[in-house]
Design a protein around this ligand. Structure first.
Ligand SMILES: Nc1ncnc2c1ncn2[C@@H]1O[C@H](COP(=O)(O)OP(=O)(O)OP(=O)(O)O)[C@@H](O)[C@H]1O
Length: 266
């Protein structure tokens, strides 16, 4: 633990471009232990790019990124041992069985093979997946795969979690369990960075919401604080307003009237 220091992550003036296209335009974020951050924004806003930088996968950024007190540009990868990651899409592992994938993931993080296997078995059982643990991931439903990815990200009991759309495909009961797991992990001082397009869920799960638009943070606060910025009551309404999208009603009205036989161009 970082004695007496609650700061987990610090991003200062982060900019990044692909060729001549500016993707991140000066992001500043300070994150402390126990926060569940809903990291949201329109497609292409730069969410995954920011996460990839924090994971050390992209290094040609400008600005400062400090994780657990370590400037990640120093080249020392040790901070990654304390990170868990659920990628949006992990189909590359489809040919492995659930157990193979989990043991492999555990070993990557330095857990002994037997210990990884035992912990994986117990966690799979919690998600009712023990009977299919030796089946290939390619035969799993989307929600089953997501559960395996979630277990893989937690096997080494990390302090910082990056979850990219982790609950897509999960049924309502499983979502409630995961939501509760996140709350309990955060209460124990873990930090969760959570990217999703499912606004109702972000609203429920996060204790802080960061909205990114065109590579800039346009809102950062609790859901209640964001509500003060907007006339809208729900997070999806706030999202629409702050991203400048206000035509959903007129678009829907036009669409429905065409469906119902309106032949005018109006
Ligand atoms: N490898 C790459 N080469 C060139 N441009 C890229 C690359 N990866 C991402 N981009 C561009 O960077 C921008 C930000 O992409 P990013 O994936 O970070 O967005 P995002 O907010 O995660 O979007 P989504 O919600 O769709 O996942 C987009 O315009 C995308 O086209």
């Amino acid at each position: 633990m970082e004695a007496g220091n609650d700061k987990v992550l610090s991003i200062r003036n982060l900019t990044m471009s692909y060729g001549s296209k500016n993707i991140l335009n000066g992001i500043n974020l300070e994150v402390t232990r126990g926060q569940i951050i809903g990291y949201i924004g329109p497609n292409g806003a730069g969410k995954s790019t920011t996460v990839k930088i924090m994971l050390g996968l992209i290094d040609d950024y400008k600005g400062e990124v400090i994780v657990f007190g370590q400037d990640i540009s120093s080249g020392d990868p040790s901070y990654k041992k304390r990170i868990g990651y659920v990628p949006e899409n992990a189909e590359v592992y489809d040919n492995l069985t659930a157990m193979e994938y989990l043991v492999f993931s555990g070993e990557l993080y330095g857990i002994e093979r037997d210990a990884a296997q035992e912990k994986a078995e117990r966690l799979l059982q919690q998600f009712d997946l023990q009977e299919v643990r030796h089946s290939r991931l390619s035969s799993f439903s989307k929600g089953m795969k997501q559960k395996v990815m979630i277990i893989a990200s937690l096997l080494h009991d990390p302090d910082l979690l990056f979850w990219d759309e982790p609950l897509s495909g999960l049924d309502a009961n499983s979502m409630m369990v995961i939501q509760e797991i996140l709350a309990q992990l955060a209460a124990q001082g873990k930090t969760i960075f959570y990217s999703s397009h499912i606004m109702d869920l972000v609203e429920k799960i996060s204790n802080r919401i960061v909205l990114l638009v065109k590579g800039e943070v346009v809102a950062d606060g609790t859901f209640e604080e964001l509500q003060e910025l907007s006339a809208e009551g729900s997070l999806s309404g706030i999202f629409n307003q702050l991203t400048g999208f206000t035509e959903h009603r007129s678009k829907a009205r036009d669409f429905v009237s065409i469906v119902q036989g309106d032949r005018s161009d109006a």
